[in-house]
Design a binder for this molecule. Structure first.
Ligand code: PA5
Length: 442
């Protein structure tokens, strides 16, 4: 279902280096699977595919059906780990144009992931006078961006349906017992789903956090979990380089030690865009700490060959590149023949665009390798829900391995708090008066 090919990266590291990574990966593997490392209280995702709460899972599916029946639009409110996974899933599996396709399922719009008035206004305009529901997602229940958006959309939905009518259209995904959102949900009687204590935001897409919006968009959530289960069974039990997570974690750490400080995730399919955003959070938040870490970046191809291609080919040699591909595209479109050959493209007439794309990929991979950018190639067998689940688990497992190999705690994010504290002080939040004085001196 997933294969990692490092043949275009091997010349950048010696055989010995890769061989000696094995020992480190073996220790990291035992630490991760045995739960003996830093952050081990956040390993709920590791066995999640075999420990699904079946009562909650069937409630997710039931609520998704209700939303499909009574809403034209679902507004999903959340940020970071409470947002990216669901968006990634919907675009990857259903395509970039999901909201424009009239698929028979509600359109899904994401808010609470910025503080832009214009963006919020646009979403309100897009909803218009159509029926809608809200899924507000926040583990802490107090993150500013989603909290602000929820106030606005709560008011909107209560105005439209009345307080009682609104109640049955608001779904809260939050902590099982504490936090402002949990308290509100209990008091108001909203349908509630749980973000488990032992699963951090960026590892939560296969919990209710991702599964409810995915199910509303018509994604086969059973298949997504099946894919993750297959990955878990294969990756947790394999302690050698036949494990693709070992290959990926091993090569990226070996390359990092050779000065390749930035990893670019690249894909020739635009529907991967939000998967790359999800991946950036997963690896950036997990590894970027204690003054170390591979910086995760992403490009969308072929578009970015016309903007970032120059740097990648000839800029500072601090890059490694990971290409993700996923089998044959679902559609079959060929380049049309033209009698005048006005653009000189007849040499491609009758050729499938996928064939052109494939050759663009090959040409790019070879050029970048020749230019000093090692390539890692991750190949999935498709872009369906099962492959999505497999890929999510693969990246999570490899991230745990890679983080421990790097020597950091891959499951905390202490740095995320810094901007929040300053913002609270600047906005006049009670309790931040002293910090405000400090900030004003700077
Ligand atoms: O990975 C994380 O922990 C973060 O990205 C959080 O998901 C994000 O900050 C949102 O937090 P919360 O779900 O508490 O609103």
């Amino acid at each position: 279902m997933l294969n990692v090919d490092i043949s275009r990266a091997e010349k950048f590291v010696s055989e010995n280096e890769l061989e000696s990574m094995k020992k480190e990966l073996s220790v990291a593997h035992d630490t991760l699977v045995g739960g003996s490392g830093a952050g081990s209280d956040f390993l709920g995702w590791l066995r999640l595919p075999e420990q699904i709460d079946t009562e909650e899972f069937s409630r997710i599916k039931k609520c998704a059906e209700k939303i499909k029946n009574d809403s034209d639009v679902l507004v999903v409110i959340g940020i970071g780990g409470s947002y990216l996974g669901a968006r990634a899933a919907i675009e990857f599996i259903k395509g970039n144009m999901y909201n424009q396709k009239n698929s028979g399922c509600p359109e899904v719009y994401f808010v609470g992931n910025n503080l832009s008035t214009d963006y919020i206004k646009e979403v309100i305009e897009v909803i218009g006078d159509r029926d809608f529901s809200i899924n507000v997602i926040s583990k802490s229940g107090s993150t500013t961006e989603p909290a602000v958006a929820f106030r606005i959309f709560k008011e909107l939905i209560e105005k439209k349906y009345g307080k009682d009518g609104a109640k049955s259209r608001i779904y809260a995904t939050t902590d099982k017992s504490k936090g402002a959102l949990k308290n509100l949900a209990t008091n108001e009687g909203y349908e509630t789903f749980v973000v488990p204590d032992n699963i951090g935001g960026r590892y939560s897409v296969l919990t209710a956090v991702g599964l409810l919006p995915m199910a509303v968009a018509g994604i086969d959530v059973d298949a997504a979990l099946r894919g993750a289960y297959t990955a878990m069974k294969s990756l947790v039990g394999t302690k050698d380089y036949t494990n693709p997570a070992w290959v990926y974690a091993g090569i990226r750490n070996a390359l990092y030690r050779k000065g390749k400080k930035i990893e670019i995730l690249a894909c020739f399919e635009p529907k991967f865009k939000y998967m790359a955003e999800w991946w950036k959070q997963l690896y950036g938040e997990s590894e970027g700490k204690d003054n170390v870490g591979i910086f995760p970046a992403s490009i969308e191809l072929t578009a970015d060959l016309h903007s970032m291609g120059q740097y990648i080919q000839q800029g500072e040699r601090i890059l490694m590149e990971t290409f993700v591909s996923f089998g044959k595209p679902e559609s079959d479109i060929s380049v049309p023949e033209n009698a005048e050959d006005f653009d000189g493209l007849n040499y491609l007439a009758g050729k499938n665009i996928a064939f052109v794309n494939e050759n663009a990929y090959k040409g790019t991979a070879i050029a970048h390798e020749d230019g000093g950018v090692p390539n890692i190639c991750i190949k999935l067998s498709g872009s369906d829900a099962e492959n999505f689940g497999y890929m999510v688990y693969f990246f999570e497992f490899a991230c745990g391995l890679s983080g421990y190999t790097l020597g950091v705690n891959p499951f905390d994010q202490p740095g995320v708090e810094a901007y929040k504290k300053n913002m609270f002080a600047l906005l006049g939040k009670p309790g931040y008066e002293e910090l405000l004085k400090e900030i004003l001196k700077k």
